[in-house]
Design a protein around this ligand. Structure first.
Ligand code: AMP
Length: 257
């Protein structure tokens, strides 16, 4: 059976000098989604599952930073080096840098195949900048999905999360154990704990989320774009729930550019 070719996100991950070798197919009414939710609710996992179902590009700002971390020190700009320091401490990277970085990648937001933004916007300033950009381009978000999960479950998920160093597949010591301890089921790469999933960083990240991201929920409630989904259950169940909710949502809401 033919494997479905995945969008390679080259422009998003490497910047505007890169060329995507495989773009999502342009469609008449593409999905343009934002995923919100505290670290650990499973936004990244859902984004990857939704990307497969909806054939849109998964645009994660955290992935851009993680891709930069794999570059040699001398290849990083001073601004990126300082951004990675914020990330290591579990703090948010300052808005000015994040907005400049997303601005350089604005072609991904104009992409005719649509997008799923994961991890951006994360502050009110970023949400306002995104709204302004989309308005100027006469583009509209289909919906802003807000994944909700009780705090105790978030801490348990994050503390047990392991990511494959090669293919980036995510495992969890409580919900999705690897078949062989420490090794990825898919490519047998080594499973590592993300630096910012250590207990001291988890606490800082949840505090940063409360401070900076909760106002976003109010913002998108006011704009009538917020669709809240309980992030309980297995990843595939949450994804099915999301797809059902999105289909019903789209039949009721006309996006306003
Ligand atoms: P994530 O993978 O989305 O959890 O992001 C990992 C880390 O990257 C965060 O803890 C922040 O340090 C940084 N980061 C990612 N996206 C943003 C953003 N939109 N604004 C500020 N910092 C960000």
């Amino acid at each position: 059976m033919d494997k479905v070719r995945r969008n390679d996100r080259a422009v998003w991950l490497q910047g505007p000098s890169a060329v995507c070798s495989h773009l999502p197919k342009a469609v008449p009414d593409p999905w343009r989604l934002v995923l919100l939710g505290a670290p650990g609710v499973g936004k990244g996992t859902q984004a990857a599952l939704l990307d497969k179902e909806l054939h849109v590009c998964h645009l994660s700002t955290g992935d851009v930073f993680r891709a930069a971390k794999n570059h040699r020190e001398c290849e990083l700009s001073p601004a990126m080096k300082s951004a990675l320091e914020f990330m290591r401490r579990g703090e948010l990277v300052p808005d000015s840098f994040v907005l400049a970085m997303v601005g350089e990648r604005s072609a991904c937001l104009r992409c005719g195949g649509g997008f799923i933004l994961d991890g951006f916007p994360r502050t009110l300033e970023q949400a306002e900048a995104l709204a302004e950009f989309l308005k100027s381009e006469r583009l509209a978000l289909t919906a802003v999905i807000n994944y909700e999960l009780p705090v105790e479950q978030i801490v348990a998920r994050l503390g047990g999360r392991l990511t494959c160093e090669k293919c980036k597949a995510v495992f969890n010591l409580t919900e999705r154990r690897p078949k062989i301890a420490g090794l990825c089921d898919i490519c047998h790469g080594k499973l590592l704990q993300r630096e910012d999933d250590r207990p001291e960083s988890i606490r800082v990240r949840l505090e940063a989320y409360d401070r900076s991201t909760l106002p976003l929920i109010q913002f998108y409630k006011r704009t009538g774009q917020l669709l809240t989904i309980a992030a309980t259950g297995a990843p595939q169940e949450i994804c099915s729930k999301t797809l059902t909710a999105l289909t019903a949502w789209r039949s009721r809401h006309v996006p306003v550019a």
